[in-house]
Ligand binder design. Structure first.
Ligand SMILES: Cc1ncc(COP(=O)(O)O)c(C=O)c1O
Length: 280
């Protein structure tokens, strides 16, 4: 089996030969932004949207990230060098390397790293069964719309979920849910979907937008409204959305059964539609 090829600062190299400076600000400060796009049968899904969000994240941290078109070409070349297939395309842009100091030089060149690891979709049985989620207090900063590589809170939240036998941790801020540690959250009430509105406290998920589009397209009403923890617990259905999570039904939250404790039909219907879209 040949080694995966990765992209580092303009060059394609075997993963074990790839290197970045220890003075890279991504390493020193978590000073960078990223994207993950899923590649279905060689085709990156919503690539434009991911690149646009990367550009917005970069702008929001005052990083001068140019050449997104050439980045897209390089991403396709990376997929080609890795044999296409089903992959998770990871794109990271850090502010660059310089002697460690909080302030950043204005003329620093961002360092872009890309990997295209084989995708590992969740087993169908998991989705048929549904997953558990826990809630926890949202202790993140107030700029969650930036897809920052500084993910300490998210890492600790997801690990807490795993340690408690759950799949995802749902952040609660001032009594209202914001999002999961790596997903957006929807509830179903009757025939309608409800998901928190796009504020600075959540990432504008690309899967979230896709699912809203799919629901609207098949006549399911969607409200973008704040959802309290109490309202979450009594929802008819709960599900998560994300690039690698796709659409995942949640059947318990903090040990409380959601609906009848099995994946809801709205979530499963939207999952089916989503898979049709990504492979279509
Ligand atoms: C905090 C957070 N919210 C939401 C999402 C879902 O976003 P998307 O659907 O664009 O993958 C992610 C994805 O990684 C995330 O990290």
């Amino acid at each position: 089996v040949s080694e995966p090829v990765v992209y580092v600062d303009g060059r394609f190299v075997e993963c074990s030969r790839a290197a970045v400076s220890i003075e890279d600000r991504g390493y020193q400060f978590g000073d960078g932004v990223y994207e993950v796009a899923r590649v279905y049968d060689g085709r990156p899904f919503k690539m434009r949207e991911h690149l646009d969000r990367l550009a917005r994240s970069a702008r929001a941290i005052r990083m001068d990230l140019r050449g997104l078109d050439s980045l897209e070409r390089d991403a396709l070349e990376l997929l080609h060098l890795n044999g296409w297939g089903n992959r998770d395309l990871y794109i990271q842009a850090t502010r660059g390397a310089c002697p460690r100091s909080h302030c950043f030089p204005r003329d620093l060149e961002p360092v872009v790293v890309m990997t295209a690891r084989e995708a590992h979709p969740y087993p169908p049985a998991l989705r048929r069964q549904g997953v558990a989620a826990i809630t926890l207090s949202d202790d993140r900063w107030a700029r969650c719309y930036i897809k920052s590589i500084s993910l300490l809170s998210n890492v600790l939240a997801k690990q807490k979920a795993r340690d408690e036998g759950a799949f995802e941790a749902i952040y609660i801020r001032d009594g209202f849910m914001s999002e999961g540690s790596s997903t957006n959250v929807f509830i179903v009430e009757g025939d309608s979907l409800v998901t928190p509105p796009l504020t600075n406290y959540i990432l504008p998920g690309i899967t979230r937008a896709t699912v809203i589009g799919l629901a609207t397209g098949c006549g399911i009403p969607v409200a973008e409204e704040s959802v309290s923890r109490e309202r979450l617990l009594v929802a008819d259905e709960v599900f998560l959305t994300g690039t690698t999570t796709e659409v995942m039904p949640v059947v318990t939250v903090d040990g409380v059964r959601i609906g009848c404790g099995a994946p809801g039909r709205t979530a499963l219907r939207l999952f089916e539609q989503y898979m049709r879209l990504v492979t279509g």
